[in-house]
Design a protein around this ligand. Structure first.
Ligand SMILES: C[S@@+](CC[C@H](N)C(=O)[O-])C[C@H]1O[C@@H](n2cnc3c(N)ncnc32)[C@H](O)[C@@H]1O
Length: 269
C-alpha cells in the first residue's frame, strides 16, 4: 500500500482522472475476458496497474495474511472500513465466500471510488456477495446497529481514516458489535502509525476503566499521527458521530504481522 492519499491532485490528476485511468487500463486489458467472474484474475490486472501507479491497496503479501485468517476464522459476516476501488473487498470477499460466509460489507466515504469498486466487484462476479455502502463509516456502523443489519462483526478490517480507527472501534464495542471472539485487522498501525489505536488495544481493562471515568473523549485523538493522515479525507474540525468510551472490559490480544520487505503492518486482534 502506498502512502496516504488525500483529495489533493496526484501529479495534477483529479480523482476522476485516476478512476478513469484505472478502469481504462482494466477494461482495455487483453486478459479482460478471461478475468470476468474470476476475482484473482481481476486482481492480477489491478496489480499490473498498481506497479506503475501509486495505489493505496492492501496488496498481495498483506492480503495473504488476512486471507489466511479468514480461512481460520470462517466468518459469516466481515466488515471493511475503507473500500477505495474494491481491491481488498474482492480479495477478502472472495475468501469469505469460499469459506462458507454470508456477506462482506465494504464501507466507503467517496462515491466515485465506491462506483468504481462496484464495477470491479461485478467484473469479479462478487456482486451478490460483496456490498459496498457509501458514507462515513461511523454513521453506517451506527445504522447497521439500529437497523439490525449487522449485529455481530466477526472480522473487522480497518483501513480508512486513521483517527477514526479508535473511535469506530469504540462505537462497535458500545453497540456490542465487537465482542470477545471478534477479530480486528487494522492496516498501517506501525507505518505511517496509529499510536492512539495501538495504545487502546494494548491497554489493560483496569487502564481502560480508569480512562473511561472521565467520560468519552471529545473529538479524535490525533496524538502521534502524521499531519497528512489527520488531514486526509475528513474536513478539519470534524468530530466522530458517536463519542463513547466503548467497552473497557474487552481484552484484546494484540499481534503485529509484517510481510517480508514491507514497511506496513497489519493485524491486531
Ligand atoms: C487506504 S484506502 C482503502 C484501501 C482498500 N481497503 C484496499 O486495500 O483496496 C482508504 C479508503 O478509505 C476511505 N475513507 C476514508 N475515511 C473514511 C470514512 N470515515 N468512512 C469510510 N471510508 C473512508 C477513503 O475514501 C479511501 O478510499
Amino acid at each position: 500500500m502506498s502512502l496516504q492519499e488525500d483529495s489533493a491532485n496526484h501529479d495534477g490528476q483529479t480523482l476522476n482522472d485516476r478512476v478513469e485511468k484505472l478502469l481504462g487500463f482494466i477494461y482495455n486489458h487483453e486478459g479482460l475476458d478471461e478475468a470476468r467472474g474470476n476475482p484473482h484474475k481481476v486482481l492480477a490486472i489491478v496489480d499490473e496497474f498498481a506497479i506503475q501507479n501509486a495505489m493505496m491497496i492492501v496488496g498481495g503479501p498483506k492480503g495473504e495474511i488476512v486471507t489466511e485468517l479468514i480461512k481460520e476464522k470462517q466468518p459469516k459476516i466481515m466488515v471493511e472500513l475503507g473500500c477505495y476501488f474494491g481491491y481488498s473487498a474482492i480479495l477478502f470477499g472472495d475468501a469469505v465466500r469460499q469459506n462458507g460466509g454470508e456477506r462482506y460489507y465494504s464501507l466507503e466515504l467517496n462515491p466515485d471510488w465506491a462506483a468504481a469498486a462496484r464495477q470491479l466487484i461485478e467484473l469479479a462476479g462478487l456482486q451478490d456477495f460483496v456490498e459496498v455502502i457509501v458514507g462515513r463509516s461511523d454513521v453506517i456502523l451506527d445504522q447497521f446497529y439500529r437497523d439490525g443489519k449487522v449485529t455481530n462483526i466477526e472480522i473487522l478490517f480497518i483501513d480508512h481514516y486513521k483517527p477514526a480507527y479508535l473511535t469506530d472501534l469504540k462505537l462497535c464495542e458500545h453497540h456490542g458489535m465487537i465482542v470477545p471472539g471478534s477479530l480486528l485487522l487494522a492496516d498501517n498501525v506501525i507505518y505511517p502509525g496509529n499510536p492512539p489505536y495501538l495504545e487502546y488495544v494494548r491497554s489493560t481493562v483496569e487502564q481502560k476503566r480508569e480512562a473511561a471515568k472521565s467520560g468519552p473523549p471529545k473529538g479524535y485523538n490525533t496524538t502521534g499521527l502524521l499531519e497528512r493522515t489527520v488531514k486526509s479525507w475528513m474536513p478539519a474540525g470534524d468530530a466522530p458521530f458517536l463519542e463513547t468510551v466503548g467497552n473497557p472490559n474487552i481484552v484484546y490480544h494484540s499481534v503485529l504481522r509484517q510481510p517480508e520487505g514491507e514497511r506496513l503492518m497489519a493485524g491486531c486482534n
